[in-house]
Write a protein that binds this ligand. Structure first.
Ligand code: NAD
Length: 435
């Protein structure tokens, strides 16, 4: 099929590339000319494992193109994906200006009826709005599919090509058939394509993200209780999570959720719920707990070193909101670093992929190191914020030699408290007794 993907970010680039890899002819368009110029020269705008090779192969084999001229991508396609951002507006709602602008452009540009697939995460009722705009701005009877994306940054290619399920909200059997043809290679292992109405499809995406955020805030809140009652959250997590109705996956305490999705999607669902007169009280609590959890590491540092951190120097391992991505949006590391800097500390940070992104926010207020070891020099404490694999087994001699004091704050509970106690370190973790 001839496919246009409008919006070449995390989702659009992954979706477009994977669809090209399935044999379709794909044009990815973006209004960001610099991003497209880079892609045309083979430069990836994001770090996502495995994506660069997949892009290169499909470009080489002529199935994948990039353009900053969106109308040219729309002309001649049969299926047009909308994958632009839907950032949080000031009132917490999802901003639809990008989605609706693209819908208008599709209506004005298309010379035949298209299947318009909304990949962006959009509130209930957006497909209806897009339909209206398409009708007003053109003369063709386009069909609109709500096809939210569930990929995770860091494993996006695999998630797109081996999804747990695919959700398609649409109205006509013919449209269902188009979507089935598009996606049947991805569900050969028996994973389902759930067809439903547009509104249910739109809400399904928010329901999934809100539930996952709830699971995180629940275990984080419990971790804080564990510290007060003298329990170890890791044992509690295993004890409760082994019940198959609860599950151990996505049930780890940490420093709060961040990223481009959970914070804004939880807010957007809360906004919709209020708009329809049914506030989701659970989510109010989920958000409040997450806000507090992002401050937990800073609080632990203050408890150990005092309110005034002048003269103290901290090494930070991990900046991105989670491992295997360079995405810094809503990253808990930023909350911690701001707190440390405001209290007069100095900070040296290392992240395997996110330092360029982090520099946009932190500038030269933080020293960025070339390696995890380099930032340890003279540190009064090491703070582990993001659990990249390479931080899991640190060289203990380097830690001992380079750091000024033997103190670690483990924001992800990846270190064995006993091991660190034996070699003379103080270790502060989340929801576990300190050693
Ligand atoms: P992104 O910010 O990485 O990319 C969006 C792209 O759209 C940008 O490159 C931007 O320049 C482009 N764009 C915006 N308006 C445009 C326009 N009018 N014409 C052409 N291009 C335009 O965003 P993302 O992370 O890819 O997210 C896209 C959507 O997918 C969002 O709704 C998001 O919630 C959802 N989503 C994201 C993820 C994720 O992990 N990032 C996962 C699932 C769903």
């Amino acid at each position: 099929m001839d496919i246009a993907v409008i919006g070449t970010g995390y989702v659009g680039l992954v979706a477009g590339t994977c669809l090209a890899d399935l044999g379709h002819d794909v044009v990815c368009a973006d209004k960001d000319e610099q991003k497209i110029a880079g892609l045309l020269e083979g430069q990836m705008p994001i770090y996502e494992p495995g994506l660069d090779q997949l892009v290169a192969r499909n470009v080489r084999e002529g199935r994948l193109q990039f353009t900053a001229d969106t109308p040219s991508a729309i002309l001649g396609c049969e299926v047009c994906y909308i994958a632009v951002g839907t950032p949080m507006a000031e009132d917490g709602s999802a901003s639809l200006s990008g989605v609706l602008a693209v819908a208008k452009l599709i209506g004005e540009t298309a010379t035949a009826a298209l299947t318009v697939v909304i990949k962006s995460t959009v509130p209930v009722g957006t497909a209806d709005k897009v339909r209206e705009i398409l009708l007003e701005s053109g003369s063709h009877a386009h069909e609109v599919v709500s096809n939210p994306e569930f990929l995770k940054e860091g494993s996006a290619v695999n998630d797109f090509t081996s999804p747990d399920r695919i959700i398609c909200g649409c109205r006509l059997p013919e449209t269902e058939e188009v979507m089935r043809r598009l996606y049947h290679p991805l569900v050969r292992t028996g994973k389902p394509i759930h067809f439903m109405d547009n509104r249910s499809a739109e809400l399904s995406k928010y329901a999934a993200n809100a539930f996952l955020a709830t699971k995180i805030s629940f275990i984080n809140d419990l971790a804080n209780l564990c510290e007060r009652v003298g329990a170890d959250v890791d044992a509690v997590r295993r004890g409760a999570g082994s019940d198959s109705r609860i599950g151990l996956r996505f049930f780890f305490p940490g420093v709060g959720y961040g990223g481009s999705c959970f914070p804004k999607d939880v807010q957007a669902l809360m906004f919709t719920a209020r708009e329809y007169g049914h506030p989701l009280e659970i989510l109010e609590a989920v958000e409040a707990v997450n806000y507090r959890q992002k401050q937990v590491l800073g609080q632990k540092v203050i408890k150990r070193f005092g309110e005034d951190l002048t003269g103290k120097h901290f090494a930070i391992w991990g900046l991105s909101f989670k491992p295997r991505t360079d995405d810094m949006r809503e990253a808990p590391s930023l909350v911690l670093i701001e707190e440390l800097l405001q209290r007069g500390a100095t900070v040296a940070a290392y992240d395997p992929e996110a330092m360029e992104e982090a520099k946009h926010t932190l500038g030269d207020r933080v020293a960025f190191g070339d390696s995890s070891d380099a930032v340890l020099n003279g540190a009064d404490a090491l703070v582990l914020v993001t659990e990249w694999s390479e931080f899991r087994n640190p060289d203990l001699d380097e830690l001992k030699q380079r750091m000024r004091q033997r103190i670690i704050f483990d924001g992800r509970n990846i270190y064995d408290p006993e091991l660190f106690r034996e070699i003379g370190f103080e270790l502060y973790a989340i929801g576990r007794p300190s050693v």
